[in-house]
Ligand binder design. Structure first.
Ligand code: PRX
Length: 658
């Protein structure tokens, strides 16, 4: 055991280093794609000119008439242009000298692997696009995808894009009920799933979940099943409704003309958690999205022709959509996909993959870095990481201690780190260093990308001064911005564009320092960020009150050393129900069954009453104070202040609800 005092000192020392800045290493700067700081000024002066010039890198079937039509909050980019996202990601490279270059390097969890060159990927995408057509899928039909990280997942996205059928990917860790809700909202016609998925050597029964989900989702006409696990998955096929992927593609032609899509045609829907109500379908369209993700990918990750690039996210989230599939492939870049967990079979799996494939650029999450820190530097030290040139992080604020650990133990003090801030809604990275230009400060995402304008405002919409906290807003449109919430344009307007007239409200707190650097401070709404996953308190509360023993529940996120935040639930039980340990475990499992394991509460605490204001609003702020062991904040608006002091005492006596 490390001496706690020494540990504390170490932590303090690391925090003090927050003041250090890290200019781009000379060797890196010399070879960087973006070396001229004028890029910021140019984009600032002529936004349409800047993006228009970048758009020349894409292949268009018809050139656009106008780069931007902006009637806040409605944006149209590249009006009149026609193109196809899959053609840009695959076909055009397959017809160039990149034909036999690796497009996807895939590493399976059990140790199997697959390489798809651009030429092979083109044929696979075409075969599956034709298979979809044979099942009656037409331009505009929505296709739901619920798979593990297998190559077919990327192929499915691209096949949908090829024929103009918007995809809606649902993360394979979500429950049957979450899947059903998303299928229903999008009214998807086809569901693509797997017999199962590998996770730490165990089987996730995807097909079982899918079968359960589509009871009550009548829009689904057919299910396509990728065989990954085999017998161990015990997947049952329904005659006439379900088809094996490999049987469909065996009969399909490998030629398929791309659908000429309008620049503003729907490319995909991706559901994410909001503050209230059900998950929202974030809508991304074709040209602006593809341009935004490919441009940021090239500039921020400094992509070179022979790079092997690895983003460790799951394609079930936006990071995987933008920076495993669309961004890298549009750039003709080799993208690596890993199926499994970082600790299977051992805690050095990531580092063995970096060494095995000679990864040059690695993009991962702070929660993963903190996990690696806990496991110890001996795991990465076993492997040759000298191929790495650049490191990235995304998903939550990175604490300086984790930044420094990443810099020293993975980047060997040689690789710049890009801390990238963005959201499902923004589609592309918006705040990040440009690694050949920007001096980085551990914990800061640094500056808005060229052409992006961000501000930090107070409640009344005034800009706050250096160092003061406020609300992060964006004041200019960007090409990959979401266009609406699927089927709910009012929610798009009200939730994002109404708090400050004509400005995009991010839901994040931030401060700007004297150098104009942005420091992200986490969500200011009821959205939690647990291990980089976005979950709303409302969803978890709904799942809890759905249990027959529960009368009322209040859910909060409390600070957690590894996950960033962890879910804590305060629960009142119905009359006569006994507050037992078994019930606690049962409630945790119930939430996992309803939403998915990512939403399982860490702590559940039974209380006879919840602290409420006189207008019966639960005061979550005070619950957070209790869960994080702080002195209680202002309690004067409570209907009965005695409730909270009793609750605090009880919480401390019972040892943090466990
Ligand atoms: O709070 C911010 C946090 O993640 C939220 C967006 O979550 P999601 O839509 O799931 O997308 C995650 C991947 C893009 C943001 O509102 N966040 C994301 N990146 C950062 C971050 N917070 C601080 N620093 C970041 N680099």
């Amino acid at each position: 055991m490390a001496d706690p005092a020494a540990k504390q000192q170490e932590r303090l020392a690391a925090l003090l280093q927050e003041g250090r800045t890290f200019p781009p290493p000379e060797e890196f700067r010399r070879q960087a794609n973006i070396r001229d700081v004028k890029v910021y000024e140019e984009a600032q002066r002529d936004l349409e000119g800047f993006w228009g010039a970048q758009a020349e890198r894409l292949d268009w079937f018809k050139r656009w008439d106008k780069a931007l039509e902006w009637n806040a909050p409605w944006a149209k980019w590249f009006v009149g242009g026609k193109l196809n996202a899959a053609y840009n990601c695959v076909d055009r490279h397959a017809r160039s000298e990149r034909r036999n270059k690796a497009a996807i390097l895939w590493e399976g969890e059990p140790g199997d692997s697959r390489v798809l060159t651009f030429g092979m990927l083109e044929r696979e995408v075409n075969r599956f696009a034709n298979a979809l057509k044979s099942l009656g899928v037409k331009k505009g039909d929505r296709v739901a995808i619920y798979l593990g990280m297998v190559p077919e997942l990327a192929i499915a996205l691209l096949a949908c894009a090829k024929i103009g059928a918007p995809h809606s990917v649902v993360f394979g860790g979500f429950s049957a009920e979450s899947l059903r809700e998303r299928i229903q909202d999008a009214k998807a016609k086809i569901l693509i799933t797997g017999d199962g998925a590998w996770r730490r050597g165990n089987v996730v029964p995807l097909k079982h979940h899918a079968d359960e989900a589509i009871q009550g989702a009548p829009s689904i006409e057919h299910v396509v099943v990728v065989e990954r696990v085999g017998k161990a998955a015990h997947a049952a096929m329904k005659e006439g409704r379900d088809f094996w992927w490999h049987e469909l593609v065996a009969q399909a032609s490998d030629q398929c003309d791309p659908e000429a899509m309008d620049a503003e045609d729907l490319l995909y829907i991706l559901y994410t958690s909001g503050t209230t109500g059900k998950p929202k379908g974030v809508v991304h369209t074709t040209a602006g999205y593809l341009l935004g993700v490919s441009t940021t990918h090239r500039m921020i990750f400094d992509i070179k022709e022979n790079d092997v690039y690895w983003c460790t996210a799951d394609i079930g989230w936006v990071t995987g959509h933008s920076y495993i599939v669309y961004g890298p492939l549009a750039n003709g870049c080799t993208t690596l996909m890993y199926e499994g967990s970082p600790d299977y079979p051992d805690r050095d799996r990531f580092w063995s993959i970096v060494a095995k494939y000679g990864v040059n650029v690695l993009y991962t999450a702070p929660t993963a870095i903190r996990t690696f820190m806990r496991w110890g530097a001996e795991w990465p030290a076993k492997h040759d990481l000298s191929s790495l040139r650049l490191l990235g992080t995304v998903g939550e604020p990175i604490n300086p201690e984790a930044w420094i650990w990443y810099h020293e133990n993975i980047g060997h003090e040689r690789c710049p780190i890009v801390d990238t801030w963005w959201q499902t809604e923004t589609g592309m990275i918006l705040i990040s260093p440009l690694p050949g230009l920007t001096a980085t400060k551990p914990g800061s995402a640094t500056r808005p990308f060229p052409g992006i304008e961000a501000e930090v405002l107070d409640e009344r919409g005034r800009r706050v001064g250096p160092g003061a906290g406020g609300y992060l807003v964006l004041t200019r449109p960007w090409p990959a911005m979401f266009r609406t919430i699927y089927g709910d344009p009012d929610r798009y307007v009200n939730q994002y564009w109404s708090r400050y007239e004509g400005k995009y409200f991010t839901g994040d707190g931030a401060k700007v320092d004297e150098d104009g650097y942005f420091w992200l401070l986490g969500r200011v709404d009821d959205v939690m960020n647990v291990a980089g996953h976005r979950i709303s308190t409302y969803e978890v509360e709904s799942a809890l009150v759905d249990h027959s023993a529960v009368a009322e529940a209040a859910v909060i996120a409390k600070a957690h050393d590894v996950k960033g935040q962890a879910i804590a639930a305060f629960v009142t039980l119905k009359e006569g129900v006994q507050p037992t340990e078994e019930l606690k475990a049962g409630l945790k499992q119930h939430v996992a069954n309803k939403i998915g394991a990512i939403a399982r509460p860490e702590d559940i605490f039974f209380t006879p009453e919840l602290p409420k204001t006189r207008s019966a609003k639960i005061m979550r702020r005070l619950l957070r104070d209790i869960a994080e062991g702080r002195v209680l904040g202002d309690t004067t608006t409570l209907a009965d202040p005695a409730v909270i002091s009793k609750l605090k005492q009880q919480y401390e006596e019972e040892g943090k609800g466990e």
